[in-house]
Design a binder for this molecule. Structure first.
Ligand SMILES: *Cc1c(COP(=O)(O)O)cnc(C)c1O
Length: 463
């Protein structure tokens, strides 16, 4: 399988080259040249595989430039760090199925992709003898999942900037209690926007970027999308068998369109057995406006109690446009250039009709999110985190007795104790991995919000 760019400006590349590059050279995103569709035989035999076995089969459809034994080992090692024997179990709660994606080391769904990506990067770097310094900014979940993906890996270091005193206490502790020599937490005396601006400036200094071999692990990396396809298939097999139904729906709390785009690919691979995907947003509703009215226009980011979805420009959206426009890369490129200038795209009625064949969508307010946490707990005894609650609320509103709905649980509720306490009047029980965080040694450096300070730190500590 080779990978093309959504903007059409590159010669298609094999899988391994897309992983280290992240973004295509023409500024587009990588996509496989075709989407494999599972045969009846695959559907029968894959339904009983363990999670790592299934992941290996799925990856093998997309990866043909790694020895299969090595790929299997990478997969096996990546999912051994999950505390649940089924990796991503599906549980029935009230009228819904909940796909629990939070049994990884940082208790959020990003571990599913980043545990694999960390191992894959290390493998590719050891093979080529290269070194890589990962640089990123975080306001929460991505940073800790990336750190846990890279900690202790050979030939790699990671520098993660977070706004000092402005990330949730649990998230700050999750990051700063990782003391491995290749992990550098930089607490910046400023806001998340300052952190992002500094990272952007350093990446745009091409000489610096090359000299210190800077790389990223952001959600546009194809390997992350690929890793997320697996749990859609996994959950499909479990729920369609338990319910005796051929078709299911998924409800996905969405920010950067990464997770739900993996669901879109799974839907194509399952030849429509995923009836539709419910795209759930919080008050940052650009994607809901897109699905409902064909209006993809940027507004101010509103901070909410589901912060990992406080996003206006969805970085994976471009991938969906490629399919919506039947692979017309010139059109994707023009649209993305226009969007960069004007901050908006408009879609025709005909396009909206086609989008609505793939997605249902709902924007859920903070009041509704809190009410959903409360009602769902009263009815089922199950505690939802605020991101998951956004997806559950949308799932309940679109409920269809003929089509079982699987709602993705993207974080453990103990990561967001304040929001849960606002809804329920008490904080959720603290699970084992978070219990002694406060007493562990910490490793963090406080730096002023200046590019030069961060640049100097990287010069002194990069591999
Ligand atoms: C990142 C994140 C999301 C959003 O996922 P996208 O791939 O950006 O759509 C939802 N919930 C949680 C808890 C997250 O960390």
């Amino acid at each position: 399988m080779r990978y093309l760019s959504t903007r059409g400006g590159i010669t298609p590349l094999p899988f391994c080259q897309t992983v280290l590059a992240g973004l295509a050279e023409d500024g587009g995103l990588f996509l496989p040249e075709r989407i494999p569709v599972l045969s009846e035989e695959d559907l029968r035999s894959w339904a009983r595989l363990s999670y790592p076995e299934l992941a290996f089969r799925v990856f093998s459809l997309f990866v043909d430039d790694l020895p299969p034994e090595d790929l299997y080992q990478l997969v096996e090692r990546s999912y051994r760090t999950f505390t649940h024997p089924e990796v991503t179990p599906v549980v029935r709660k009230g009228p819904l199925w909940i796909l629990e994606l939070f049994h990884g080391p940082t208790l959020a769904f990003k571990d599913v992709a980043l545990q694999f990506l960390g191992n894959l990067f290390e493998y590719l770097l050891l093979r080529s003898g290269e070194k890589l310094n990962i640089l990123g900014a975080t306001s929460g979940d991505t940073g800790s999942a990336a750190i846990y993906g890279v900690r202790g890996k050979k030939n790699m270091a990671i520098f993660i900037l977070h706004p000092h005193g402005r990330v949730s206490p649990v998230q700050a502790l999750q990051m700063t209690t990782v003391t491995d020599p290749n992990v550098f937490n930089l607490a910046i005396q400023g806001t998340f926007d300052h952190c992002q601006a500094i990272v952007k400036r350093l990446f745009s200094d091409l000489e610096f970027k090359r000299r210190y071999r800077l790389g990223a692990v952001n959600s546009i990396n194809w390997a992350r999308v690929m890793a997320q396809i697996v749990y859609y298939l996994w959950a499909y097999f479990r729920v369609s068998e338990a319910e005796g139904k051929e078709r299911v729906r998924f409800s996905v709390p969405t920010g950067n369109f990464g997770d739900i785009f993996a669901g879109y690919l799974a839907r194509r691979m399952l030849a429509g057995r995923i009836e539709r995907l419910i795209l759930a947003t919080n008050e940052n509703d650009i994607l809901t406006r897109f699905v409902e009215k064909g209006d993809y226009s940027v507004r101010e980011v509103v901070p909410t109690i589901s912060p990992s979805m406080d996003i206006q420009v969805a970085s994976n959206f471009e991938r969906y446009l490629y399919y919506l426009w039947d692979g017309d890369t010139a059109r994707v490129r023009q649209a993305m250039e226009r969007f960069a200038r004007e901050g908006r795209l408009r879609f025709s009625e005909e396009e909206v009709r086609r989008v609505q064949e793939d997605f249902l969508s709902r924007s859920v307010s903070q009041e509704e999110t809190l009410a959903t946490i409360r009602a769902f707990y009263q009815e089922t005894g199950y505690i939802l985190d605020p991101h998951t609650a956004v997806g559950v609320r949308a799932a309940l509103e679109f409920a269809d007795p003929e089509v079982p709905t699987i709602s993705l649980a993207t974080a453990h509720p103990a990561k967001f104790p304040q929001a849960v306490a606002r809804a329920l009047g008490f904080e959720p029980p603290v699970p084992e991995p978070l219990r002694d965080l406060g007493t562990r040694p910490r490793k963090v450096v406080i730096l002023p919000a200046r590019v030069e300070a961060v640049r100097r730190f990287i010069e002194e500590h990069a591999l």
